[in-house]
Design a binder for this molecule. Structure first.
Ligand code: IPM
Ligand code: MN
Length: 360
């Protein structure tokens, strides 16, 4: 965690991106403007037009020079990437993954918290049961893109995809998770989510490093679950979890499950964190092209991402207030978190959060 910068003037790169990205980011910025006024910090915003539209016009996704430019910011707020006219993979790889890897955002932090008044598909579970954080490794594993085809297109074709796990990468992720578990100070339990019974190389490394680092955190219970069992428990007994640490691919999968039990993509936010560098915060829901420009998409995930960003910059009070305001809006105002069913428009939800925040 970076310390609050003395001037409390934060340089933020804003990438609205594709589809509904710009709409939800606008609401997040509205809330951050109110928060900065209330708390006395300043945001110096620089917009970037990276995304599908620009790619279609120029063929450019994110150049190395632009990547280097992003390093000068204190943080990045991202709306969404994904455009219906761009082949899947181009923007994801060229923008999102490029930034994650290039800025060494080695943690993907995903809180799974059911806010009051929010519907969950889990029967008989409430906000007291669903409150954990997934720490997903964000720079390695199957996402490194290593692999090959042999005899491509032939009957005897073989495709391999390698999961690359370095001790350094695994250790810094596990260490971050232990620190977070201690800092959260809730159940003080960290669950390693793996598959040691099958992935006898990759997960063996995770398992060994986890045991080693656990010795330095005697106050934290070091727990283990296979990824399939983790999915089962997330649905059956989510209250068992406090912090889950896992590799890139498993983390990708279980955090979508997490988003569903916390009320859906309308509320799910995430951070791509480089604890020593530039982090990037995003609603994890994607660009939702069919809702674009209709003023119906839920901006709360983007607003929560803005809150997480302020927390990472050391503005803890501001972050807590934003979360409180969102919780009050879910509890007292919104009929649903789904696009078009909130009982309010996108801009109205942003206004509601601002109003609540100002009255705190
Ligand atoms: C996520 C997304 C990305 C991922 C995609 C868009 C590449 O699903 O942030 O979870 O797989 O990491
Ligand atoms: Mn995902």
């Amino acid at each position: 965690m970076k310390k609050m910068n003395k001037s409390r003037n934060y340089k933020i790169a804003v990438i609205g991106g594709d589809g509904t990205g710009p709409e939800v980011v606008r609401e997040a910025l509205k809330v951050l403007a109110a928060s900065s006024k209330k708390n006395g910090y300043k945001l110096d915003l620089t917009p970037f037009d990276f995304g599908g539209e620009r790619f279609l016009k120029t063929g450019k996704v994110l150049s190395d020079k632009e990547m280097a430019g992003l390093k000068k910011f204190d943080a990045i707020l991202l709306g969404a990437v994904g455009h219906p006219d761009v082949k899947p993979g181009i923007l994801e790889k060229g923008l999102l993954l490029k930034a994650r890897f290039g800025l060494e955002q080695y943690i993907n932090l995903r809180p799974v918290k059911l806010y009051p008044g929010v519907w969950t598909p889990l029967k008989d579970k409430g906000p007291q049961d669903i409150d954990f954080v997934v720490v997903r490794e964000n720079n390695e594993g199957l996402y490194v893109g290593e692999g090959s085809f042999k005899n491509k297109g032939k009957k005897n074709e073989v495709a391999t995809q390698i999961s690359r796990n370095t001790r350094k990468g695994v250790e810094r992720c596990i260490r971050y998770a232990f620190e977070l578990t201690r800092k959260r100070n809730k159940r003080k339990k960290l669950t390693l989510c793996g598959k040691t019974n099958v992935l006898t190389y990759a997960m063996d490394l995770w398992w060994r490093v986890f045991q080693e680092v656990a010795k330095e955190y005697p106050d934290v219970t070091a727990d283990y679950a296979h990824v399939d069992a983790t999915c089962m428990w997330m649905v059956k007994n989510p209250e068992w979890f406090d912090v889950i640490v896992t590799d890139n691919m498993f983390g990708d999968i279980i955090t979508d499950l997490g988003a569903m039990i916390q009320g859906g993509m309308g509320i799910a936010a995430g951070g791509n964190i480089n604890p020593e560098g530039v982090s990037m915060f995003e609603p994890i829901g994607g660009s939702a092209p069919k809702y674009t420009g209709k003023n119906v998409i839920n901006p709360l995930a983007a607003i929560c991402a803005g809150g997480m960003m302020m927390d990472s910059l050391g503005e803890t009070k501001a972050a807590e207030e934003i979360e409180k305001a969102v919780m009050s809006v879910t509890q007292n105002k919104l009929k649903s978190l789904a696009a078009g069913k909130m009982g309010y428009s996108t801009t109205q939800v942003g206004d509601l959060v601002v109003k609540t925040l100002s009255s705190l």
